[in-house]
Write a protein that binds this ligand. Structure first.
Ligand SMILES: Nc1ncnc2c1ncn2[C@@H]1O[C@H](COP(=O)(O)OP(=O)(O)OP(=O)(O)O)[C@@H](O)[C@H]1O
Length: 246
């Protein structure tokens, strides 16, 4: 996937992303970091074509995504966002949603196992036939995320967009989500709006965004050594966590 001189603004009067270029190798993980309002979500919105770029282009295998149908584009991209989207229906139906073909119960359960969701689903009285309302009440925020991760496993996309949860998940579920997301990302081109140090450190490329621009890009060690925006962000956000680990 490549962005070539992309620019974008929500408000015609207010430039946000200007002349942004980036090339991502197949299978690589890109961690997007930066302060709140920097444009991380906006970048993801453009990849998914929730909004159209105002200048430049985004290509997938050399094809301008503006020339692809939204269905075609989105069938190739799996998303696990913080605001998980579940609909009124059974857990099995929710996992199967978005698969490009008919899927069997065995495949649904296999995807749930891959996503570490199978265990909690089996503790529910109706298991995979448990009916969720469209707010997904009855399952926790973390469990909802595991269901959307299972959905992504089943649709088997080449590209992934992940938004790491920052809150409202208990530690045990958080560990499952982390494991499941890492396994899901394995071998796929992934864009992660990253909050966890381990994700950021392990990424092939870190994009540091400020005010709609990528101010730095590179791997962890290289960016730390550069003593720039990343090094400052890292010290401000993660110095304590590192001290604990050490
Ligand atoms: N739909 C919208 N319409 C107009 N402005 C928007 C819209 N969405 C975001 N913005 C503005 O664009 C800028 C970038 O927002 P964006 O959500 O991409 O930042 P972010 O880095 O993802 O922040 P956060 O970490 O808080 O999610 C912000 O100034 C925000 O107010």
């Amino acid at each position: 996937m490549a962005l070539e001189n992309v620019s974008f603004r929500y408000d015609p009067e207010k430039p946000l992303i200007e002349d942004l270029s980036l090339k991502v190798e197949p299978g690589h993980t890109v961690a997007i970091v930066g302060p709140t309002g920097a444009g991380k979500t906006t970048l993801v919105n453009l990849l998914m074509r929730f909004y159209e770029v105002s200048g430049g282009r985004i290509t997938l295998d050399g094809v301008d995504i503006a020339r692809m149908s939204r269905d075609e584009l989105r069938s190739g991209i799996g998303m696990v966002l913080q605001d998980t989207w579940l609909f009124g229906g059974t857990i099995a139906e929710n996992i199967a949603y978005g698969a490009s073909r008919e899927v069997t119960r065995a495949e649904i359960e296999e995807a749930a196992r891959a996503a570490h969701a199978d265990r909690f689903v089996r503790t529910l009285p109706d298991g995979y036939d448990t009916v969720l309302d469209d707010e997904g009440s009855g399952v926790s925020a973390g469990e909802k995320q595991l269901i959307t991760i299972a959905r992504a496993f089943l649709s088997d996309p080449v590209i992934l967009v992940l938004d790491e949860a920052t809150s409202s998940v208990d530690t045990r579920t958080e560990v499952l989500i982390q494991k499941a997301m890492a396994q899901l990302a394995h071998g796929r081109t992934s864009f992660v709006i990253a909050h966890r140090l381990s994700t950021i450190r392990d990424a092939d490329t870190i994009l540091v965004m400020e005010n709609g621009a990528i101010v730095e890009q590179g791997a962890h060690e290289k960016l730390l050594a550069a003593e720039g925006a990343y090094a400052r962000l890292y010290r401000a956000q993660f110095a304590e966590a590192v001290a604990e680990v050490d």
